[in-house]
Design a protein around this ligand. Sequence first.
Ligand code: SF4
Ligand code: SF4
Length: 82
Amino acid sequence: ALMITDECINCDVCEPECPNNAISQGEEIYVIDPDLCTQCVGHYDEPQCQQVCPVDCIPLDPTHEETQDQLHQKYLRISGKA
Ligand code: SF4
Ligand code: SF4
């Protein structure tokens, strides 16, 4: 999963781009639900939120490192295909 750092300026550009509805407005900044973020596996070649974030504040979440296969399994699970 990816994560949003405190450099987030709350611009709301990333939220509608997420195919998994993993992004929402948190108490202070936007947040990513690691249970829903597939790093866009199953939908796009590149993480869409990273593509649009104007301040580049969406890195890999070091506490939620996953293999491509795990990300694909998560995609199948949340899309009801597994
Ligand atoms: Fe959503 Fe993709 Fe960003 Fe994860 S990487 S939060 S799935 S847009
Ligand atoms: Fe925050 Fe970047 Fe999302 Fe804007 S696009 S809300 S700065 S994480």
